[in-house]
Design a protein around this ligand. Structure first.
Ligand SMILES: Cc1cc2nc3c(=O)[nH]c(=O)nc-3n(C[C@H](O)[C@H](O)[C@H](O)COP(=O)(O)O)c2cc1C
Length: 216
């Protein structure tokens, strides 16, 4: 049994990546970690060229990514939240899984989970938080494909401004929006989610639930 972990984060060894690896390890399954920024692919063109073959006709890495996803027995998708919605690589990857749907519903019954990091855990009035709406986007995909969605974990990630090199001079800094007008990259510092043990256990529980689902 193999679980595939797909990260939409382009940042090397990001919180998103490391969180996904913890959940993958907790499944106790054979696992593969994929970083979408290592590949070149676009979104689904809605051409329906995949209807009869369950294979996309585009000539890019999206075909291989869908093939790998089909071959996996379980799937964990991890994304982040630029401008408060699911990042576009993760969204494009999900769209490119459309070929696995037609006639055969090739992902049906497989267990899956979602992990989303966001820099701003709060929400605007009447709106879901960026993390909650992005977990929902992944959950919608899994439910629409008949998968067994076993949970979503949201985590704090780093605002890119923390490593921008402007020494707190930029008035547009996300750090000032989130942490107040005097905040600087130095005063805020790089956040490692591992310092939040409750989140680490949530991630492990998600992985364990996915692994355990094969023995029920
Ligand atoms: C272009 C851009 C816009 C962003 N906008 C938001 C945002 O609106 N809300 C938010 O919570 N985080 C925002 N972020 C922060 C990301 O969610 C954060 O980088 C993510 O949690 C990844 O963290 P990590 O690199 O520590 O894994 C943005 C990041 C980028 C690159």
């Amino acid at each position: 049994m193999k679980v595939l972990g797909v990260s939409g984060s382009p940042v090397q060894n990001s919180n998103t990546d490391r969180a996904l690896k913890i959940a993958l390890e907790a499944t106790c399954m054979k696992s593969e970690f994929i970083k979408l920024s290592d590949y070149t692919f676009g979104p689904c063109d809605a051409c329906l060229g995949c209807i009869k073959t369950n294979k996309c006709i585009k000539k890019d890495d999206g075909v291989m990514l869908a093939e790998k996803t089909f071959k996996a027995d379980a799937l964990i998708i991890a994304g982040f939240t630029p401008y408060s919605s699911l990042d576009s690589r993760t969204k494009a990857y999900i769209e490119r899984l459309y070929p696995l749907r037609h006639r055969n519903q090739l992902m049906a019954g497989k267990p899956g989970g979602a992990i989303v990091t966001s820099a701003n855990p709060s929400r605007q009035e009447q709106m879901l938080s960026a993390a909650a709406s992005s977990i929902d986007a992944i959950k919608h995909y899994m439910i629409d494909e008949g998968m067994n969605f076993l949970g979503g974990v949201s985590l704090l990630g780093n605002v890119p401004c923390v490593r921008c090199g402007q020494d707190g001079q930029c008035q547009m800094s996300g750090l000032k929006i989130l942490y107040g007008k005097d905040a600087t990259p130095e005063s805020v510092g790089i956040f490692d989610f591992e310092s939040d043990s409750a989140k680490v256990s949530e991630l492990k529980k998600l992985g364990e639930a996915i692994g355990a689902s094969f023995f029920k």
